[in-house]
Design a protein around this ligand. Sequence first.
Ligand code: BGC
Length: 792
Amino acid sequence: MDPQARLAAASWIEPDEPVIAPPGERPAYQLRREFSLSTAPAVATVWATAHGIYELFVNGTRVGDQELTPGFTAYRRRLQVHSYDVTAMLRPGTNSLEILLSDGWFRGRHGFLRKADGFGDRVAALLACDVDGLLVATGPEWRSRPSRITAADLMDGQQVDLRLPAPGTIPLDAPGWRPVHTPTNALYADRQRLVLPTAPPVRRIRELTPVAVTHPANGITVADFGQNLNGWVRLTGLGPAGTQLTLVHGEQLDAAGLVTTDHLRAFDFATKRPLPAGQVDVVISDGQAAFEPRHTTHGFRYVQVEGLVTQPEITAVVVHTELQATGSFQCSDHRLDALHEVAIQSLLGNACDIPTDCPQRERSGFTGDWQVYVATAALTHDVSEFSGKWLRDLAADQWPDGRVPTVTPNPAGAGPSGSPFLDAMEGSAGWGDAAVFVPWELWRAYGDPAVLERQYDSMVRWVDYAANCAAVRRHPDRVSRRPEPAPYERFVWDTGGHFGEWLEPGEIPNPDPAADHGIVATAYLARSAHLLSRVADLLGRREDADRYEVLAAAVRGAWQSEYLTADGVIAVATQANYVRALAFRLVPEDLRTAVADRLAGLVAEADHHVGTGFLSTGLLLPTLADNGHLDAAYRVLLSTGVPSWLEMLDRGATTVWERWDGSDGSLNHYSKGAVVSFLYTHVVGLRLPEEPGLDEGGYRRFTVKPQPGGGLTWASAQHETPQGPIQISWRLVDDEFRLTVEVPPGCLAEIHLPDGERLQAPPGSHTLSSKRKPGGSSGSYSSRHGDSRGLS
Ligand code: BGC
């Protein structure tokens, strides 16, 4: 039965809260109902959701093992309802149902500005418990009280007085319970937005014990967990009753060995004053219980515990969406294995029900970040439903004019937030294009066209929005340079606020909504229009397919007219612009070599260091390699010094940093980790078709094209596809290249040997080898097939 029907008889209840405390100081509330059963039930199921985050207790015992329910969605349009089997928890006689409710994403702080009350200023719960047909639902007979969680905010932290009774243990005949409120408003009345969860849940995934514990000052202990992570800390042995401990969570230590969060402080746009970094928990001991918050999360590697009188046991609890690992990679250079692991840890640290930019400073579902990373994530983890859920929110948050907000779920919903800066940046190219790129990459990786069908309208609205911006507005600089517009200019998208390439090495983040980022935005419009045309084609929408291909061609032509010379020089000569031109196929075929050579030239000028920013870092190495500069790609990958991935590792990164030198900014920002897709697609050579046909998505067709280089002597990867596992390993033995490939059932692989020979490989195990030709260069092989049944 659908969740709306399950909860039809339940009323929204709000705790009694005569005064709403300032954000970060609001308690979690207990909401309770007791009821009587004559016998133990045969089947009892609870359906629950909330504005805020809740834990559920039946007869004092916590229900289930999911965290931060009901999760983060575009609450005004989609609110998840979870169900729980509580049969074994009920008994004859009096039973209690209790909800522990805190601000969460709904009314707690969120985002760069740490704004509270994003979705409303009241927390509330909605629950129905079906006990063999008898319904116990939220309504006026419920009672509420503030809990021993005296303050709880997802960003600021949680404060608990353990001397007060635990949730679920105070009977209704005890003093202090107050009637709940059952107000109605349009949001409460809207039951259409109640939906079942489709993504894997957030859980406590693993625990870490400290790798080092130091005592940099009197009464202060700093635990280092050796890994930057998302989650919280469990403390046992808090000291005598009344001991107050403060836990500061951070990613960095200062010179004195104390935790510092200074690099995580955002600032108020208006006053430019820095905002507090938060991530501080406070616990008052009752002399025995352990502390483990569940109404906040932190991004941290270190915790600093202040106020200790005894030494507690300190454990980090890693919390994130339970994504199944689907990829592994190893090679002869352990630094690349380490880079692969660091990228994975960054992904996991940012998969807390939504893909976030970072788990500490903002925790926002930045559309651009997932746009650049989703294909890489799909190589290492099953992110199909995780992304699918987020895409539904993206569509729900899309403005009436089709623009996609920079962050989704977005507290402002499908319209302006009131912050002039944020509103001016909504619809940024490369960010909003997540509407097209993300479903497209999910289709390629998982082969289920349903995501394309579901998101089709959202894709169309985004591309139409961008095309319309291009058609009706011109950037003032262009107007003054060329008062009479060139005819192609109605396909140049140069207005609206854009982040541009964003954070190229050394760039100080200072987005200017008035800047002309036409060279980036027009490129994205061409790419999205083309992908949309491909999607339309797959879905049998021929007219749309033609229309958007015509648009893509016109925008590509406009980009060329405005930004590319006849001999392949791009107007703004950055690595990023050259990479994008090639990767998005903006360059006429006969100029590709010239453009690629210029890119290689820019890379060489940078002493083979990465010069791209957010949007094209993941595309840099594949683009070099696919356009005749494999050696340059490996040199960039293996370069050291700032900016480089290996330098980050040398400086101790355990997750990917926002800035190449780790100065300022978050230390857990996965976007640059997109480079690890090169390990799969080029080092071992596992490639999806660029534009899979209807029976080719999800690795039903794939290419194996290993491109050895960088001094590697062997490499191996496994990837779990919807069809089964693909295994690829190669090894260089003297002058021989030996390759083994495992093709899952129902798939067909095309194997490209380094000498250029191609073979069709059906399901099964294939072993091939090719010999380096006498006197040949490192890329020259002649092939010999070993045990390879069925190859043709
Ligand atoms: C975030 C990024 C995001 C960007 C938008 C930053 O503050 O952390 O990851 O994409 O803003 O430009």
